[in-house]
Design a protein around this ligand. Structure first.
Ligand code: ATP
Ligand code: MG
Length: 306
């Protein structure tokens, strides 16, 4: 197992242990279903000594983090202090897989490079690479970036997540679906304020400034105070020429099509759709059905059924 993987798994486990009462409700430890990590993976962590086995029966194996596991996590928490945001934005490869959107790239790079946070919200219709932008920042940020989807914030809540992992960048996809308490915490965090943890009445100071980059296709659903904390960047649907370029690029790079076949799909869809996901579906069915038939089945019988 690679070191990063181990750390990721252990922090996942730490987060779970922090969200429950281990001494009361999990005296026989947690099982793989609780932490959502496969038994075989847990067995490896156990073998390495990062988790300990506190209970075993025919139907349940209970674990908890070992001292070694905890030590590894806390060593990881005190990284050398650099301006992480800037390192991340300087990487040439950042956004290399995104075609076009030059203005958005420039804005995001500049925001991440700034001395103090400038938060950015990407909005706009589906399939315009909003999520891809967040992924790329996450990939570049490694441990210092946390990715979350608004509709599925962790059980422990945003507050604990940030307190535990102290990320530099928070990436929130579908931010319009985030629950009320996480949204309230976010409002404070974005201004570098203090938070009071509801559950245990403890305070958290955010020492390191936090950059937030978020995406949503419905900006109107966000409260005005949340919106006002962001530089809101609206992505417009692709024009025809842009659509052709994006589709060709995506099909070659991500779907493994030959440039010729990618062009054929792109040209066949020209004027029919603006949605890159349609092109991806056509590309996936084309080996079986051929491009024409795939287009016809997916986008409706344009020339009637044959
Ligand atoms: N400019 C682009 N460069 C590279 N890939 C793109 C581009 N535009 C769209 N895609 C591709 O289109 C698909 C959809 O992109 P993505 O999931 O980022 O869209 P989104 O804007 O988040 O959509 P939604 O609002 O529905 O969540 C992905 O497979 C992505 O690779
Ligand atoms: Mg998306």
């Amino acid at each position: 197992m690679k070191d990063e993987n181990v750390l990721e798994l252990l922090s996942e486990i730490l987060r779970f242990e922090g969200s429950v009462d281990m001494d009361k409700d999990y005296r026989i430890g947690w099982g793989w279903r609780h932490v959502k990590i496969w038994p075989a993976t847990l067995a490896k962590l156990f073998k390495e000594g990062y988790i300990e086995n506190v209970f075993r029966s025919n139907s349940f194996t209970g674990y908890r983090l070992s001292e070694l596991g905890k030590r590894l996590l806390s060593a990881e928490k005190t990284p050398p202090q650099t301006h992480q945001g800037s390192k991340l934005a300087e990487a040439d490869s950042l956004f290399a897989d995104i075609i076009g959107h030059d203005g958005v790239k420039e804005l995001l790079r500049a925001s991440l490079l700034a001395e103090k946070p400038v938060h950015v919200l990407l909005t706009g219709p589906p399939a315009l690479a909003k999520t891809l932008f967040l992924w790329d920042i996450e990939k570049a940020g490694g441990e210092k970036a946390i990715w979350l989807v608004g509709s599925a914030t962790s059980k422990a809540g945003l507050w604990d997540l940030v307190a535990e992992r102290e990320p530099r960048v928070l990436l929130i996809d579908e931010i319009d679906k985030m629950n009320a308490s996480d949204t309230a915490a976010l409002l404070t965090m974005m201004e570098g304020g203090r938070l009071v943890r509801a559950k245990r009445g403890r305070e958290l100071n955010i020492n390191n400034p936090l950059w937030v980059v978020a995406a949503s296709n419905r900006c109107e659903k966000l409260s005005s105070e949340l919106r006002s904390r962001f530089a809101v960047r609206n992505l417009n649907p692709y024009g025809r020429a842009e659509y052709l370029t994006v589709v060709k690029g995506v099909l070659v790079r991500s779907e493994g099509l030959s440039p010729e076949l990618a062009s054929e799909v792109a040209n066949r869809l020209d004027g029919l759709t603006q949605n890159v996901r349609d092109a991806i579906r056509v590309a996936r069915l084309a080996p079986q059905l051929g491009v024409d038939k795939a287009v016809k089945l997916l986008l409706g019988g344009l020339e009637g059924e044959d």
